[in-house]
Design a protein around this ligand. Structure first.
Ligand code: PEP
Ligand code: MN
Length: 339
């Protein structure tokens, strides 16, 4: 359940309500919005007794029972869009960045060239993947520690921010010093042990939607992150598995619309892993922006034909400006959409 305080509530009122919530064996979480102060009660279900006690307090405007499995990520708890800042770049609330980079770090030369091309186009957050969780154990698994060394050198030269996928518990600490956003991949979307552990670092986390995950399950996975200490979660729709084989995955743009109505967290779209084919990426990116996506995550490589992974879907990095130009009118449109 959530408690909305009267507009003139003061800090002493918030403290008094929180104390009572603890006495009732819930954990209080306070959200101070532009218009409302909302306190969420984290704990076991909705108790009619607790609701009655809380409603009787003079500073309480209303108590709303929320039966949902997620609370902290819900719009009811926090009506305004959450804006996440990473290295000076904002995501959410009308700020719509393009995040880009190669599928994987393959060598110093390959990664540096990709970053240089992207920096020339004004890209500030770079995909930097030293670990590659792959469906087949025989496929390229990433350069691992060598990849992290490359990330250090390239960051020193260009001063960019990194998003890096964390495949398991062992890699959290290794990546924490160098990356600015942790990525949870589609294959780990409901690895709750990983989510709980990663959340303790308090760093922004990009949570991909699982291949067969409902929107509610996706938001509930995000609730693990937020409730365990990581408020800055970015959701990423990357296509789901359906009967269709013409695309790598089926990009579920309705999920962007639905998720954005249910949560205050930014929802971005990865058209690359959805399409699986480079030619489709600009059209899917435009469609994502048209439905209100808060950003794009795009794969690009200096020499896609020879890429070690996902060769068919990576945009040549030397031509990344043409991709930006192709989506620019939709980007401007997305910035003017009502929120
Ligand atoms: C990725 O973004 O590098 C990736 C592997 O994507 P996904 O987890 O969506 O398959
Ligand atoms: Mn990839």
């Amino acid at each position: 359940m959530i408690i909305i305080l009267k507009p003139n509530a003061e800090q002493s009122d918030i403290d008094a309500v929180c104390d009572l919530i603890c006495t009732l064996r819930y954990q209080p979480r306070v959200s101070k919005g532009e218009h409302d102060i909302v306190i969420s009660c984290i704990g076991n279900g909705v108790s009619p007794h607790a609701m009655e006690v809380l409603r009787s307090l003079p500073m309480v405007d209303r108590v709303v029972p929320i039966q949902k499995k997620y609370k902290l990520v819900s719009r009811e708890f926090h009506p305004e869009d959450t804006i996440i800042t990473v290295g000076g770049e904002k995501i959410g609330g009308g700020n719509i960045p393009i995040i880009a980079g190669p599928c994987a770090i393959e060598s110093y030369g390959q990664f540096r060239q990709a970053v240089k091309d992207l920096v020339d186009c004004g890209i500030k957050i770079i995909r930097a993947m030293p670990f590659k969780p792959r469906t087949s154990p025989y496929d390229f698994q990433g350069l691992k520690l060598d990849g992290i060394r490359i990330m250090r050198d390239v960051k020193e030269e260009f001063g960019i921010s990194y998003i890096s996928e964390v495949p398991g518990l062992m890699q959290i600490k290794m990546l924490n010093d160098i990356c600015d956003i942790f990525q949870i991949g589609a294959r780990n979307a409901q690895n709750f042990d990983l989510l709980e552990n990663i959340a303790q670092y308090g760093k922004p986390v990009l949570l991909k939607r699982g291949m067969a995950e409902t929107i509610e399950e996706w938001l509930t996975a995000a609730e693990y992150l937020v409730s365990c200490g990581s408020p800055n979660v970015i959701l990423c729709e990357r296509g789901i598995r359906t009967f269709e084989t013409a695309t790598r995955n089926t990009l579920d743009l309705s999920a962007v619309v639905v998720a954005k109505s249910m949560t205050h967290l930014p929802v971005i779209v990865d058209p690359s892993h959805a399409a699986g084919k480079v030619k489709m990426v600009p059209a899917l990116a435009r469609a994502a922006l048209a439905v209100g996506a808060d950003g794009l995550l795009v794969e690009t490589h200096p020499d896609p034909v020879h890429a070690f992974s996902d060769a068919a879907q990576q945009i040549p990095s030397a031509g990344f400006q043409s991709f930006i130009d192709a989506v620019k009118p939709w980007l401007d449109l997305a910035k003017s959409l009502p929120r």
